[in-house]
Design a binder for this molecule. Structure first.
Ligand code: UDP
Length: 328
C-alpha cells in the first residue's frame, strides 16, 4: 500500500516524503508545483495537478493502492492570507473538502494533516497545549482550523480517521543537503536572515519591537523540518494500528525572539546580518511556544535536532550550497 502525500514537493512535504522513502514506504505525490519543486522529490511517483480537479483525483486514486494520505497542499503565508482570504478559503478549505470527498469515494480512511500553531491565535497559556482555546488572528490559521473541523465531521459520518499536527516554526534542511527551504516569495524569518547573510538582501526587517516580550520582538518555537517529518511518519503508523483521531502540537517547547534568531544566525554564519526595525506585520501573535508532551507520549515522537544553533546550521549549509534555491 502507498502513502499519498499532497503538497509533497513543498518544503515540509518533501522532507516527509524523504523520511517515508528512507523507511521503505511506497509514496505517491500530488503537487500543483505552484510552490513545490520537482527537484525536491527524491523518489516516488509525482502527479502534477490540483486537489480541486475531480477527474485528476480519480486517476490518482484509481492508479494506486493508497491506504493513507498526508495532506500538506495548501497556501501558508500569514501576511498574504490577510490580503487574499478568498485564495486561502478556495485552495485550503475547498481543496481539503475535495480531497476528503475523494478519499471517502475511494475508501481511504486515514489522513495525517499539516496544521499549524496559527489555529490558536493569541494564546491563553504558554506553552500551548492541545486543549487550549483556538481563536486564530489571521485568515491562514482560520482556514487550517476549518480544515481540521471538516475532518472531524468526516470521521463522525464516514469513519475517516485523522491526526492533525499543529506545528510551530519549521526550519532547517535535510542532512543530505539535497533538499531545503525555497519559497517564492520567501517570507519566513530563518531563510530571510540567511539570504541576508549571503548578501542577497541588504538587511533583515524586524517586524515590530514593541511586543510584550523581553526584547520587544515576537517569540516563536523553531523545530527542525526533519523532526517534523518524523512525526508524520509516526502519525501514519499510529493510524495504521487503528487509533482514533487526534490533534498534536509539534514544537520544541522553547521560544526564541526574532532578535535572538538573528543573533544566533550571526554566530553560525560569521556574517554581520544588518537588521532594521519596521512596523508590526498584520496577524502576528506575540508569543507561540508549544507543549508537545502529548505527541511525545502518544506518538513516541522524540525530536532529536532541537538546538536552534544546529537547525540554523543545517539551513545555512543548504543556502550556501544552493544560493538560488533549486535553480542551482
Ligand atoms: N519576521 C520578521 N521579519 C521577517 C520575517 C518574519 O521579523 O522578514 C518575524 C515575524 O513577524 C514573526 C517571526 O519572525 O514574528 C516568524 O515569522 P515567520 O514568517 O518565519 O513564521 P510564522 O510565525 O508567521 O509562521
Amino acid at each position: 500500500m502507498a502513502v499519498l502525500v499532497t503538497g509533497g514537493a513543498g518544503y515540509i512535504g518533501s522532507h516527509t516524503a524523504a523520511a517515508l522513502l528512507e523507511r521503505g514506504e511506497e509514496i505517491v505525490v500530488i503537487d500543483n508545483l505552484q510552490q513545490g519543486h520537482r527537484e525536491a522529490l527524491l523518489g516516488g511517483k509525482l502527479y502534477v495537478g490540483d486537489l480541486r480537479d475531480a477527474e485528476f483525483m480519480d486517476t490518482v486514486f484509481k492508479e494506486n493502492k493508497i491506504d493513507a494520505v498526508i495532506h500538506f497542499a495548501a497556501n501558508s503565508l500569514v501576511g498574504e492570507s490577510m490580503k487574499l482570504p478568498g485564495k486561502y478559503y478556495h485552495n485550503n478549505v475547498y481543496g481539503t473538502l475535495c480531497l476528503l470527498e475523494k478519499m471517502n469515494e475511494h475508501g481511504v480512511g486515514k489522513i495525517v494533516f499539516s496544521s499549524t500553531a496559527a489555529t490558536y491565535g493569541e494564546p491563553e497559556n504558554i506553552p500551548i497545549d492541545e486543549y487550549d482555546r483556538t481563536l486564530p488572528t489571521n485568515a491562514y490559521g482560520e482556514t487550517k482550523l476549518a480544515m481540521e473541523k471538516m475532518m472531524k465531521w468526516f470521521d463522525v459520518a464516514h469513519g475517516i480517521k485523522y491526526i492533525s499536527l499543529r506545528y510551530f516554526n519549521a526550519a532547517g534542511a535535510h542532512a543530505s543537503g539535497r533538499i531545503g527551504e525555497d519559497h517564492d516569495p520567501e517570507t519566513h524569518l530563518v531563510p530571510i536572515v540567511l539570504e541576508t547573510a549571503l548578501g542577497k538582501r541588504p538587511h533583515i526587517s524586524i517586524f515590530g519591537d514593541d511586543y510584550d516580550t523581553a526584547d520587544g520582538t515576537c517569540i516563536r518555537d523553531y523545530i527542525h523540518v526533519s523532526d517534523l517529518a518524523d512525526a508524520h511518519v509516526l502519525a501514519v503508523d499510529r493510524l495504521r494500528t487503528g487509533a482514533d483521531s487526534a490533534i498534536y502540537n509539534l514544537g520544541n517547547g522553547q521560544g526564541f525572539s526574532v532578535k535572538e534568531v538573528i543573533e544566533i544566525a550571526r554566530e553560525v554564519t560569521g556574517k554581520e546580518i544588518p537588521a532594521v526595525v519596521e512596523p508590526r506585520r498584520a496577524g502576528d501573535p506575540a508569543v507561540l511556544v508549544a507543549s508537545s508532551e502529548r505527541a511525545r507520549k502518544e506518538l513516541g515522537w522524540n525530536p532529536s535536532r532541537n538546538k536552534l544553533e544546529d537547525i540554523i546550521k543545517s539551513a545555512w549549509a543548504w543556502h550556501v550550497a544552493h544560493p538560488n534555491g533549486y535553480e542551482d
